[in-house]
Design a binder for this molecule. Structure first.
Ligand code: AMP
Length: 566
């Protein structure tokens, strides 16, 4: 028997009300356990709000504007009513539910409507996939029309979750990590096995299916798939080389931290694909790097990682903004290759000729890299236990125009998607936070045509909510203001007075003088003299810094200043 979509919506509704992990896990495990085989993967993907896995280059491409338009048509709500519903709920899905409940839905009586009963999990999933497939001219209108029919055929509560799935904003606390625990419980297998299978195939839906259908043996047989990017290992910040040395037990590898774009390069014979840190396929933007890898790396099958930087005369590094131009206009790529020369430095090897390297220690992975890199440079590095030597190396990196150093623990494995202490970044400025722009004000005077005063938010690890901790109009060039205005308007969810509220999507790196406790924002914290250092198009909002880290930094600043918190 096909499971109705309403059961999935009810599950999510229940999850919203539970805060403890274990009951959440039990609830989801029972639900998935009750599904038919072919429903498992689609349901798991929809529960976490991801129709497509991270590595897939497919996207739904349904904007907030489209959703608003469809809800408006279905409910005939006025602009004011919509705004009121949004500011009351602060949640797009909940807004849709409220408005749909209030108004009698104007049904589009299509033949399907009359003949079909309740929509099943697979119906909704397939409709969403059909929306994603629509491309080219008139696609917006066609997407609108499918969505309109879909939303007119479900209850307001189901519509709430369809909107939330489309926007990938579930806010019920079941993320991929928790889903891994659900799968482990459901299939009676160790969590590590689920994590590993997930890392290798990068699709939690498929992992759930394999776990339920084939159990332990099935998961163990999962193999690495070339051209499916692996989530990158990330670093925490350290204040100094000394702190890094201490953290890594007295000796560590210091590598230059280059200020460019991280790339994960997959090679199988002469086929080469390059993925960004966000797992987007950027091969077309880097034809020169493709040629370089083809020429220099002889090994048949590899996955290597490195940083691509833009370089000027004498190969001097150029700012990150230059490089970003490379990724914007694929059609003009031949011109851009000449205008913006880039250089690749490698720093890791994750896979070589059938052997997965991620469980090998850092030192071994570097050795393999040394064997296979051909003429491609590796990032400059030293291994030392001497803080003076490390400090000199840091200054050398900074003087040559690089960002700072990365410290990598010698015996550390490569842990995909994890931001741990095995890798530490040491930058020039004391601390920066990666924050998400959640709203912006129209500027005054010279900036009057730009959304130029940004509300900066950190992520709450527990609820997944983005909480504002500061505001700034400092740090961007005119060109960047222009670009930000355009992008933010595309992400607009509502407005009040001079403020435009946007879908949390754009990440910015923010420097500041101090973190203060403040009642001004719900988060309880406020940044003093915040300024944007960089727009981080390479980062996803889930990668932004958390309120928990803000709290940590708040406490740390008193330790370093030897004062009591105010
Ligand atoms: P952050 O973006 O500040 O979190 O720092 C992590 C980023 O630094 C990585 O995603 C890479 O793009 C970049 N990076 C630069 N040099 C290195 C290196 N030697 N090892 C690892 N990551 C590096």
């Amino acid at each position: 028997m096909a499971t109705p979509f309403s059961s999935l919506a009810e599950l999510c509704e229940k999850l919203e009300k539970i805060s403890e992990r274990i009951p959440k896990i039990t609830l989801v495990a029972n639900f998935i356990g009750s599904l038919a085989e072919q429903e498992i993967a689609p349901a798991v993907r929809m529960i976490i709000g991801k129709i497509f896995p991270d590595w897939s280059q497919e996207t739904l491409e349904v904007s907030w504007g489209t959703i608003i338009k469809v809800i408006k048509t279905l409910t005939r709500a006025s602009k004011e009513e919509m705004l009121e519903a949004f500011s009351k709920t602060g949640d797009p899905g909940e807004m849709a539910r409220m408005l749909l409940e209030k108004r009698k839905v104007i049904r589009q009586l299509t033949l399907m409507d009359v003949t079909s009963g309740k929509l099943t999990i697979l119906d909704v999933y397939n409709q969403l996939k059909a929306i994603a497939k629509i491309k080219g001219e008139g696609s917006r209108e066609r997407k609108e029309s499918i969505l309109e029919t879909l939303l007119s055929r479900v209850s307001p509560m189901e519509a709430k979750y369809i909107v939330k799935i489309i926007l990938s904003e579930m806010r019920h606390g079941v993320n991929e990590g928790l889903m891994e625990e659900v799968i482990a419980k459901l299939a009676h297998v160790p969590l590590e096995l689920v994590e590993r299978a997930h890392m290798m195939i990068g699709d939690i839906g498929e992992v759930a299916y394999i776990a339920v259908k084939e159990g332990y043996e099935g998961l163990r047989k999962v193999k690495m798939r070339l051209f499916h990017p692996i989530k990158p290992m990330l670093a925490q910040q350290a204040e100094s080389v000394l702190e890094a040395l201490k953290e890594h037990g007295g000796v560590t590898a210091f590598e230059y931290k280059l200020d460019g774009a991280r790339v994960q390069i997959h090679k199988k014979n002469s086929e080469i694909r390059i993925f960004s840190r966000r797992l987007t396929d950027v091969t077309q933007s880097l034809p020169d790097i493709v040629e370089l890898v083809k020429r220099e790396i002889e090994a048949k099958e590899v996955i290597v990682e490195g940083e691509v930087i833009a370089v000027g005369e004498n190969e001097k590094p150029l700012p990150f903004q230059f490089l970003m131009r490379r990724f914007k206009r694929i059609r003009e790529i031949n011109r851009l290759v000449k205008e913006i020369p880039v250089k690749l430095y490698l720093f890791d090897c994750l896979y070589v000729n059938g052997k997965l390297m991620i469980d090998e220690p850092y030192t071994r992975r570097w050795e393999v890299l040394e064997e296979i890199h051909g003429g491609i440079p590796l990032v400059p590095r030293i291994i030392t236990n001497n803080a003076n030597e490390a400090q000199k190396f840091f200054e050398k990196a900074r003087n040559e125009g690089h960002e700072g150093l990365m410290a990598k623990k010698l015996d550390s494995e490569y842990t995909p998607g994890m931001r741990g202490k095995k890798w530490l970044k040491i930058k020039g400025i004391l601390d920066t936070l990666d924050l998400v722009v959640v709203a912006a004000d129209w500027g005054y005077g010279r900036r009057k045509n730009w959304l130029s005063d940004y509300y900066l938010a950190a992520r709450d690890e527990i609820s997944g909510e983005f909480l504002v901790i500061g505001k700034t109009f400092k740090g961007l060039t005119d060109e960047e203001f222009n670009e930000m205005t355009k992008k933010l308007l595309e992400l607009k969810m509502g407005e009040r007075g001079r403020t435009v509220f946007v879908k949390p999507e754009i990440v910015v790196e923010v420097a500041f003088d101090e973190i203060q406790k403040s009642p001004k924002y719900k988060s309880g914290y406020a940044l003093r003299f915040a300024r944007i250092v960089k727009i981080r198009y390479d980062k996803k909002p889930e990668e932004a810094d958390t309120i928990q880290r803000v709290q940590e930094l708040y406490e740390k600043q008193f330790k370093s200043k030897a004062k009591e918190p105010r």
